[in-house]
Design a binder for this molecule. Structure first.
Ligand code: RB5
Length: 166
């Protein structure tokens, strides 16, 4: 019989500011038996974080990985970039509770963390919490569906929004 809940495949990526934490995350994921796809970067030489956010986000969006972990200086640039890819819900977390709630309530499929704001131990605790949490569905599914709908919705004009005429 097949494993009813196989471990998710994880795509990881970082820029120069997140490289050292990405390497620690990779070691942790490897020890835990996760299949890892590393899109780079491979050193602390300066690179542009959107290039790596895009690669991880597109792997998740295409279904080549179930979840992604991105590391830059703060996590912010990675999350902003990854969230431009349809189907991606990237969450910045600097603490374990936020990471857990991002999965439970927001069905986040990408975790963005900051190599300049977290030490390795804190980063690993956040990753562990994110991976161990499950989306709770229910009322949260309705809200996540509304987020997804924004991907194909044109912005209302200011007048329509005010009049409720839509
Ligand atoms: C790179 O210096 C830095 O701007 C980047 O890692 C990230 O923190 C952006 O959000």
């Amino acid at each position: 019989m097949s494993d009813p809940s196989p471990k998710p495949r994880i795509a990881v990526g970082a820029d120069h500011a997140g490289f050292h934490v990405k390497e620690a995350v990779k070691r942790f994921l490897h020890e835990q038996g996760y299949a890892i796809q590393d899109v780079g970067t491979d050193s602390e030489a300066s690179v542009d974080y959107p290039d790596f956010a895009r690669q991880v986000a597109e792997k998740v969006a295409r279904g080549e990985a179930e979840l992604g972990v991105l590391v830059c200086g703060t996590g912010m640039g990675m999350a902003i970039a990854a969230n431009k890819v349809p189907g991606i819900r990237a969450a910045v977390a600097h603490d374990a509770l936020t990471a857990r709630l991002a999965r439970q309530h927001n069905d986040a499929n990408v975790l963005a963390i900051g190599g300049r704001v977290l030490d390795e131990a804190a980063a690993l605790a956040i990753v562990r919490e994110f991976l161990n949490a499950q989306f709770e569905g229910g009322r949260h599914q309705r809200r996540v569906d509304k987020i997804s709908a924004l991907e194909t919705t044109r912005p209302e004009t200011e007048q329509a929004a005010r009049s409720g005429n839509h």
